[in-house]
Ligand binder design. Structure first.
Ligand code: EAX
Length: 326
């Protein structure tokens, strides 16, 4: 009986000590919508490791992938309200919260990745990031989702006319939807979490995403044709709840975080560039037919989109981003 009792006390002590440590620890839940082997997940793991190392385990990043905590819109709302600490999302769904990111949604606006990175990391990018402060969020940096490519199950798409009448899933963003309307497709905005099933059940004929997502989400199982259009460039925004950032984290932890974020941002962008190189061959090997589209025709066909959204995006903002890549 005595033995049992002392064992019980030891257990009780360990339990109490354990929870005391746990109470000291700051857990950051971060949500994203794509696969556990995606660039987002790898980049967030990298960030989590840096933070754990630099804080002796006091900060723990817990990743929730594959829309486990909802759509990108849900995640942004959660971070805004403080029911979720952090998320990594395409900038496109931020259109529901601010107009500042819309400039990135214009078709073919980003042509030179390296010059665009420099612009996004500089004062112009910072101005855009600051637009979410009034929504209870801090945007820590612009990571990469990537150049978006078109896939479908119906036919090879090489020129805009081939898109006629095809139902294409898009992110919930007015410029993306407007662009595909202009191209003659039938745009279907839908959260990413519903996409695979929609493609499988042929509710939609196609979708568009960077190669790394097409690959890690196994779209080759439900899509035959891959057109290397690169029509949009999707930045990925790392958002953290503002009250959590300012009040839960200490000055020292924020400093560590900013350094780690910068490293992780560069690491993640590089990971995208490196993996992309192998992906066309890999998707071909998975049975996809690769189409090199007539990009100039797509470029010309979408010019009316610039006029249509010029006012909403801001003429000056558009020109600045174009000039930055000259
Ligand atoms: O941000 O919804 C999409 O197509 C996005 O590329 C994805 O959720 C990652």
């Amino acid at each position: 009986m005595k033995k049992v009792m002392s064992l019980f006390l030891v257990c009780l002590f360990l339990f109490a000590a354990g929870s005391a440590f746990a109470a000291d620890k700051t857990v950051i839940r971060v949500a994203h919508t794509i696969a556990p082997d995606s660039h987002y997940n790898k980049g967030l793991e990298y960030l989590g490791n840096l933070l754990a190392e630099a804080t002796d385990g006091q900060i723990e990043v817990q990743i929730f992938h594959s829309s486990q905590l909802g759509s990108e819109r849900d995640a942004i709302e959660g971070v805004s309200m403080g029911t979720l600490e952090m998320t990594l999302v395409s900038s496109a769904p931020l259109a529901n919260f601010t107009n500042a990111f819309l400039v990135f949604d214009l078709p073919f606006i980003i042509q030179d990745r390296q010059k665009a990175y420099a612009w996004m990391d500089g004062p112009e990018g910072q101005k855009i990031l600051d637009s979410v402060l009034s929504k209870g969020m801090v945007a820590l940096g612009i990571w990469e989702n990537g150049f978006r490519m078109l896939t479908n199950s119906k036919k090879p798409v090489a020129v805009p006319e081939d898109l006629n009448g095809l139902k294409i899933r898009l992110m919930e963003n007015p410029i993306h939807v407007g662009t595909f309307k202009t191209l003659g497709a039938y745009p279907v905005p839908m959260p990413f979490g519903e996409l695979f099933t929609a493609l499988q059940q042929k509710t939609v004929d196609g979708q568009e995403n960077p190669l790394i997502i097409i690959s890690t989400s196994k779209f080759a199982e439900v899509q035959k044709y891959l057109s290397l259009t690169g029509h949009f460039y999707a930045p990925a925004i790392l958002l953290i709840n503002k009250a959590f950032w300012e009040k839960t984290l200490t000055d020292e932890q924020r400093k560590i975080f900013l350094e780690a974020e910068l490293k992780a941002r560069h690491w993640e962008r590089n990971y995208c560039i490196e993996s992309e190189k192998l992906l066309v061959d890999s998707l071909k090997a998975q049975g996809m037919e690769i189409i090199e589209p007539d990009k100039a025709k797509f470029f010309d066909a979408v010019q009316p989109v610039y006029k249509e959204f010029e006012e909403q995006v801001g003429k000056e903002a558009i020109q600045k981003l174009i000039d930055a890549q000259k």
